[in-house]
Design a protein around this ligand. Structure first.
Ligand code: AMP
Length: 429
């Protein structure tokens, strides 16, 4: 299997060779021919699967096959966060190296004027966050009458972030005849409803099962008291010689506090979250990628879509409130076939959240206590209802149902049909 056998032109294949890609990833094998065929696509895929190239390469080819002279944009790619938008834009630039496509990115938190100037010059592919795109539209800086292809990237997160109204407004402004590509890590009822209204007889593409983490990621739980977490994290970073670890906290404030404590402990750290300026976020990420900062502390929203190559280690300093976020978080490690380790520091007050996560991933995570950090309050090993077996120390609860729901609905048999008719079956979790 090669990129050219998928029907991509020599110019696009050359761009992938420049990136060192040898074979198309599973999602690329499915998505590239589907997009080239001109059909709508609904893809269940997380960051790290190669989805960006999966939609970018074929859409670039479609543009090249059919040159136009307008001001564009001909392709609109909507993404939930500035970081993801910037990353997708970088990818479009890389893959379009040998084709005459002009790409631009617009997002909030930075001055709008330079973005207006860029749009005025004309652009083929526009990557945007929904809010800023609507601002630009309202100020007559962008028109949508030439849009041929719409991509919704990480659609689930866009809905989580409350962009549904902006998205619906934008959809209403697009030409009716167009190709639509929807990418989402999870498929809730709300996403299916959106997909139903948007997609016309879509090709369904699916690689990793919904809400199941990739097999190449080792997951563990370290039970520890809340007030011991920072000390334990410092010890783990030092003793394991971790040089690049992404740490998740629940709050922005928590991210700042942890960063300061680590720094005081002599471990270089930086925080990335929504209260930081775009400049500070970009700098933190660049320093982390360059190896100048060992620990990047992030909140869920800020971390969404971060593409950091071969990140070996992810730590949940606190568990997320939403179980799905756990799957997104640990998807930051073990990327593109590499193996990775996702470790969660869990205190007794987070027992409920842990149970919710284990229900979602249909797996019990092994607990390991670290000497000197044994918690005063134990974690329940099983969700409520059973006699509490958690009194025993150092238990390895790796059993559990290893079931893999390889379907959009996350339930056997719930798949394409429910996705197409927007059924709410299996939407919960
Ligand atoms: P994405 O899921 O689009 O965020 O991509 C994740 C990472 O995989 C990026 O760093 C890409 O550069 C890389 N990647 C994409 N396609 C391939 C491929 N076919 N072979 C190797 N790496 C790839």
């Amino acid at each position: 299997m090669s990129f050219s056998s998928l029907g991509l032109s020599e110019q696009l294949v050359r761009a992938t060779t420049d990136q060192g890609y040898e074979t198309p990833s599973p999602i690329q094998q499915q998505a590239i021919p589907a997009v080239l065929s001109g059909r709508d696509v609904m893809a269940a895929a997380q960051t790290g699967t190669g989805k960006t190239a999966g939609f970018t390469l074929p859409l670039l080819q479609r543009l090249a096959e059919n040159p136009r002279n307008g001001k564009g944009p001909r392709v609109l790619i909507l993404a939930p966060t500035r970081e993801l938008a910037a990353q997708v834009h970088d990818s479009v630039n890389l893959y379009s190296k040998y084709v005459p496509t002009k790409a631009a990115v617009v997002f909030g938190g930075v001055k709008i004027n330079p973005q207006m100037m860029k749009l005025r010059k004309g652009v083929d592919v526009l990557v945007a966050t929904p809010g800023r795109l609507m601002d630009l539209y309202q100020q007559n800086a962008v028109r949508f009458n030439e849009v041929e292809i719409l991509v919704l990237d990480e659609a689930d997160r866009m809905l989580d972030m409350g962009f549904i109204r902006d998205i619906r407004k934008i959809l209403a402004l697009l030409p009716a005849k167009r190709q639509n590509l929807l990418f989402s890590a999870t498929f809730s009822g709300e996403i299916r409803k959106l997909a139903e209204g948007l997609l016309d007889n879509p090709v369904q593409v699916e690689v990793a099962a919904r809400n199941t983490a990739a097999d190449n990621i080792k997951q563990s739980v370290y039970p520890v008291d809340q007030n011991q977490k920072t000390a334990l994290l410092s010890k783990l970073v030092r003793e394991n010689g971790w040089e690049q670890v992404l740490v998740f906290t629940r709050t922005k404030h928590g991210a700042n506090r942890l960063t300061q404590k680590l720094e005081r402990d002599g471990i270089t750290a930086a925080a990335i979250h929504g209260n930081k300026s775009q400049g500070a976020r970009t700098r933190a990420l660049a320093d982390f990628k360059a190896g100048e900062v060992r620990v990047l502390v992030a909140t869920d929203i800020a971390a969404r879509g971060l593409d950091i190559k071969q990140l070996p280690q992810v730590v949940n300093f606190e568990l997320p409130n939403v179980p799905e976020d756990y799957v997104h978080r640990i998807g930051r490690t073990g990327r593109a076939g590499e193996s990775g380790h996702a470790l969660s520091l869990v205190s007794a007050d987070e027992g409920k959240m842990l149970a919710g996560i284990e229900r979602l991933i249909k797996k019990q995570l092994p607990r390991t206590e670290v000497e000197g950090f044994e918690p005063t309050n134990n974690l329940p090993l099983k969700p409520k209802g059973k006699p509490d077996p958690s009194r025993a120390r150092n238990r390895n609860g790796s059993g559990g149902n290893n079931g893999k729901g390889r379907s959009f609905a996350g339930k056997p048999g719930g798949r394409s049909q429910s996705a197409r008719n927007g059924s709410r079956q299996g939407a919960g979790a």
